[in-house]
Design a protein around this ligand. Structure first.
Ligand code: SAM
Length: 199
């Protein structure tokens, strides 16, 4: 499926996206254990910016947030006067794989609630962009719960095996070190949250 078709689909979800607070909670969980002071944080497939804004608590020099959907980005940028008055976050429209940065320049890569749209190909790119010792944090849906159907099914890449437990979730970060995976749940909804370090 081409990027324009994908962007149109996600544009159509933008207006009400922030009403679902689960996504904001997942983004917070990704950022929570990370150390302060990164130079460059990347928010991969940022949507309306939950992870990018959550990352501001780390006091980064820069955050680059990339998403295919102009409408999602417009929602994100509309929050900037309140949430990012200093303009630390740069919002960029376009594909998030590959991320538009040089090799080994990022200190943190965040990918919240989006891996199931990007596919396993994202991991090689995250290895590429992270500095040695850089931190990766992503969420991933469980293969026991995630059953894409109808129009939605076409948006899900085939190269990703969805994990059914924390061990399988951690295994997605092959090639990274200090990998940990936990189950993050709010009410009846849950995802795996994975943290890892670039070797
Ligand atoms: C479920 S939303 C998650 C948004 C955000 N990360 C969050 O935590 O709420 C998925 C996002 O992935 C974006 N997306 C899907 N495929 C993409 C791609 N190949 N490149 C960039 N963004 C993509 C969509 O536009 C959408 O904003």
């Amino acid at each position: 499926m081409d990027h324009d078709t994908r962007a149109d689909f996600f544009d159509s979800t933008a207006e009400n996206y922030d009403e679902d607070t689960f996504h904001a909670s997942v983004a917070e969980a990704l950022v929570l254990p990370l150390p302060e002071g990164p130079e460059l944080v990347l928010d991969v497939a940022c949507g309306t910016g939950f992870a990018a804004y959550a990352a501001l608590r780390l006091k980064p020099s820069r955050v680059l947030a990339v998403d295919l959907s102009p409408a999602m980005l417009a929602r994100a940028e509309a929050k900037a006067p309140l949430q990012d008055p200093s303009g630390v976050v740069t919002w960029q429209a376009g594909p998030a794989v590959p991320m538009p940065v040089e090799d080994h320049t990022a200190d943190v890569v965040l990918c919240a609630s989006s891996l199931h749209f990007l596919g396993a190909v994202a991991f090689a790119d995250w290895r590429r962009v992270l500095r040695p010792g850089g931190r990766l944090a992503f969420s991933v849906v469980s293969g026991l719960r995630f059953r894409p159907s109808g129009q939605f099914e076409a948006f899900v890449p085939r190269d990703l095996t969805f994990p059914t437990d924390e061990t399988e979730a951690a295994a997605l970060a092959a090639g990274f070190v200090d990998v940990s995976a936990t189950t993050f749940a709010v009410g009846t909804r849950s995802v795996f949250v994975v943290h890892a370090t670039a070797p």
